[in-house]
Ligand binder design. Structure first.
Ligand code: SF4
Length: 532
């Protein structure tokens, strides 16, 4: 048996050698809900929980230090909570010198000490993990049992039945189906609350001078367990990107509930109005910041939406805010997960626009003259966080316009955000952001020039570039690349009716300027100025 690695705050938790167990319930780092035990028919007399910290999960893509720390700290707090409930837990620690490095090697090591009949998992958040676990269970002669994840309101099966025969998967229709089935935001007559399904048109305000003050967001100061994890992450992953300074994410269910209440009371009322706004030096605005806790399963989406609905019913939050928030959770979150499992293992390999550039260095350093990129990348490096418009319309839009290889972008998104898990980042990035899935998720690419950034935030006011200029020294790279993107992909996207307006505007630019745009774009894309 390996030596114990107790550090006081987090003692060694292990099963005695020679144990016999009916089932080992593997709880992954993003499955921190004790109700899974009931779901698996767990009996502490015959079964045991297994939790494994393995370096592979923190390094198969470069992972932000804060993301790794959040997962490890939340896992350790969860394991201690199980121990306090007298649940037998085998916890494989990252700082165990015998740690085999991967789920497979750690389970093989466990199998030498524990005699088990079955390995049970709740559906993991990634094909790679699911396939790996199934293979190792077969290897060890353990019956493999995968249970659907009751955290979500829909199942992959329901999604596939809905998707069958549809040419395009439109989130809005899946969202409406779930609204009807769950009754969420539906009135007594079975109609959408307020008469409309979607209040997005009211949710595009920029943060003008009269915008309300942004409240402070709650910080959860690291306790002894988290401090141990922060030190461990610095030591084990010295080359990992991102900073741990100021780490203050909720790592327990109790903290997650405080974060939820804080959002509902202080930010939800303005969440809708300003959900697309961007402002220098203000990473949080009125966003919920609940995705990390939701994706680790510290919070249940039902309780989160119920809280928002309560604020609406009591008159404390307007319908456009509450519907916009519910659409993110019941709509986007469920839809995106459905796409992930429905589209299958090869989804991550698609490259519909044949983009092949490497990821620009600034994604790792934040070093650029583009204020919008510097702000958006800087806060990801600092906090592991960016809100959805920064992800889609700044860092994502740039990668799409420049033609960065989808795999390089999807790996960056998976590693760099504290809330990132493959089921959520892959379809959002590859499908929605990069239009690399051939139009499965989005009916058209979400491309925008610097004019959009100028409208939605205050970045451009302090930038050396001019969002209205397409060529020359002052040209905004977003604007140049936007027109270049249209020219490069006209053959492929020319028939897309939703882009008719863009083609019309492109045709207004004379040939000389089009040539100059192409040449400038080549330089921006690192391809050299020649050949325009
Ligand atoms: Fe970004 Fe262009 Fe605006 Fe500068 S001018 S902040 S590069 S959109």
């Amino acid at each position: 048996m390996s030596p114990s690695h107790d550090d006081g705050a987090f003692p060694h938790l292990g099963l005695a050698g020679g144990s016999q167990r009916r089932q080992l319930l593997l709880i992954l780092g993003d499955q921190l809900d004790p109700r899974y035990l009931g779901h698996a028919g767990f009996d502490p007399h015959f079964d045991a929980v297994v939790m494994l910290e393995v370096p592979e999960e923190a390094s198969h893509v470069p992972s932000h230090r804060a993301r790794t720390a959040l997962f490890l700290s939340a896992m350790r707090h969860f394991a201690l909570d199980l121990r306090d409930r007298d649940i037998p837990v085998h916890y494989g620690r990252l700082d165990d010198p015998d740690n085999g490095g991967s789920f497979a090697s750690e389970l093989r090591r466990l199998a030498t000490r524990v005699d088990a009949e079955a390995l049970t998992v709740i559906r993991p958040g990634e094909w790679r993990v699911l396939d790996g676990l199934e293979a190792v269970a077969a290897d060890l002669g353990w019956r493999f049992q995968m249970l659907e994840d009751p955290h979500f309101l829909s199942t992959p099966e329901e999604f596939s039945a809905w998707a069958k025969g549809r040419k395009q998967l439109v989130m809005e229709y899946f969202y409406r189906q779930l609204r009807k089935r769950t009754g969420l935001l539906m009135d007594d007559a079975g109609k959408p609350e307020g008469g409309e399904w979607n209040y997005d048109k009211q949710n595009r305000k920029a943060l003008g001078k009269r915008a309300p003050d942004r409240p402070e967001v709650p910080r959860f100061e690291p306790d002894a367990v988290t401090l141990g994890v922060l030190e461990l992450v610095e030591r084990r992953f010295p080359d990992a990107p991102g900073s741990l300074d100021g780490f203050a994410w909720p790592v327990t269910r109790g903290q997650a509930l405080i974060a939820l209440e804080d959002f509902l009371v202080r930010r939800l009322p303005h969440f809708g109005d300003y959900q697309d706004a961007m402002k220098r030096g203000e990473p949080w605005l009125f966003h919920s910041l609940l995705a990390p806790a939701l994706n680790l399963k510290l919070l249940d989406p039902r309780e989160v939406m119920a809280g928002a609905l309560e604020r609406y019913r009591s008159g404390d939050a307007p319908l456009n805010a509450v519907e916009g928030f519910v659409r993110q959770i019941l709509g986007w979150r469920e839809f995106i997960r459905g796409v992930y499992w429905h589209e299958g293992r090869d989804y991550g390999e698609r490259n519909g626009l044949e983009a092949d550039l490497p990821l620009p260095e600034m994604y790792w350093t934040g070093d650029t003259d583009m204020v919008c990129m510097r702000e958006s990348l800087g806060q990801v490096l600092e906090h592991g966080y960016g809100h959805h418009i920064q992800r889609l319309m700044i860092t994502g839009n740039y990668a799409l316009l420049a033609g960065v290889k989808p795999r390089a972008v999807t790996d960056w998104y998976l590693g760099m955000y504290v809330d990132a898990v493959d089921w959520v980042t892959l379809p959002n990035t590859l499908g929605m952001m990069l239009h690399a899935d051939g139009g499965v998720v989005g009916t058209k690419p979400y491309v925008a020039s610097g004019r959009y950034v100028q409208r939605m935030g205050d970045y451009c006011g302090s930038c050396r570039y001019d969002p209205g200029t397409r060529t020359g020294e002052d040209a905004c790279p977003f604007t140049t690349l936007y027109w270049d993107f249209l020219m490069r992909h006209r053959g492929r996207l020319g028939d897309n009716r939703r882009m008719a307006f863009a083609w019309k505007n492109l045709d207004r630019i004379d040939e000389d300027e089009q040539r100059a745009i192409r040449q400038h774009a080549r330089t921006l894309r690192g391809l050299g100025a020649a050949g325009g």
